[in-house]
Design a protein around this ligand. Sequence first.
Ligand SMILES: Nc1ncnc2c1ncn2[C@@H]1O[C@H](COP(=O)(O)OP(=O)(O)OP(=O)(O)O)[C@@H](O)[C@H]1O
Ligand SMILES: [Mg+2]
Length: 269
Amino acid sequence: MHTVIEANNIHRIYQTKAGATQALRGVSFSVKSGEFLAIMGPSGSGKSTLMNIIGCLDKPTYGSYLLEGADVAAYSDDELADLRATRIGFVFQSFNLLPRSSILRNVMLPLIYTLCPRKEREKRAYAALRAVGLDEVFFDRRSNEISGGQMQRVAIARALVNNPALILADEPTGNLDTATGDMVLETFATLREQGRTIVLITHEPDVAAHADRVLYIRDGLMYTQPHPRGATTEQHPLPLSPPDPDPASRTEATKEAAKLVVPVTEEVH
Ligand SMILES: Nc1ncnc2c1ncn2[C@@H]1O[C@H](COP(=O)(O)OP(=O)(O)OP(=O)(O)O)[C@@H](O)[C@H]1O
Ligand SMILES: [Mg+2]
């Protein structure tokens, strides 16, 4: 099983007029092919910053990031755009579908940036929509004429259509009610069974509980265990060179996430 993500001591400092913000302060972790990793953390902890870096939308200020073994720091903007179009499928909280285009067109869209002929684009879009369990009667419907859960499944199909090495999802159930969110999570569970590599960012423990492994981010540092509520004792961030994930502790961390009934963000809002 090859390594899809290797992050080593990643720092991201934002410079603004008001001063510098250290959004990430030395994050290291790796993700192997076929793993479903959830990253949890409160608002402002650095989740989207990390997502932008692993999605090649942004680069670390210091530290290295290897995607499928390639050091993307040296890539030009065009090379990065190409990498995103072919190797990464993005799923966002707000779906980001084109409202007046049909569902089928929305899913075919990422393939426009490739040399894939139209017939083949259509074939792949059909396959991706079937993979997320959307009924064929909806395929010609405009994307603003379906339910939220269906919209998110279309967005997941769009993320899949290029057969990417990595599916990145930032709060994919954040805008959905529980029942609809569960439907979307089932879709992720199916993708996991198909051997897809998934990194899902969430602050909902119920959502994280679906993953093989959970990592926690807080104040720009990553941890293998959730931070006890109200605790001020010493925390143990992940070492700079991540050890191989241990399947036993992975299950423990997943169970820990399921136990956290109060969303971590409540402390911050
Ligand atoms: N473009 C930016 N310029 C300056 N500071 C930023 C920028 N983006 C994020 N930050 C700061 O970096 C820190 C991490 O932000 P980030 O968006 O990664 O948090 P998050 O964990 O995704 O939060 P949320 O759950 O609210 O989406 C915050 O302190 C935020 O204010
Ligand atoms: Mg965010």
